[in-house]
Design a protein. Sequence first.
Length: 99
Amino acid sequence: AIELLEQLIAEDVPVQLLAQLDILEFEARKDVMNVCCALLRPGMPPQIDKQVVDYLSYHPNLFKVLVEGYSNEETALLHGVVLRSCARHVELAESFLTS
């Protein structure tokens, strides 16, 4: 699981999927949201949690993608769920506030 996560992060898959949410079909949108939220779920092994938080904290477009996602009524709720999941991590909340 750690190797797969490292590959996803190395290829920037989570944020790229979030950026393309508006062109995906409804079920695929929900899948992207669920995967992103699962990566941010409390109780993840510390090594995985640190990798995910570091990747998202330093990503130059993450919060822009999530906030701009509110402009599309079809994806606003999904972007909001991911943004709330990010806010549960102190490091990500600080990154959001300083971005």
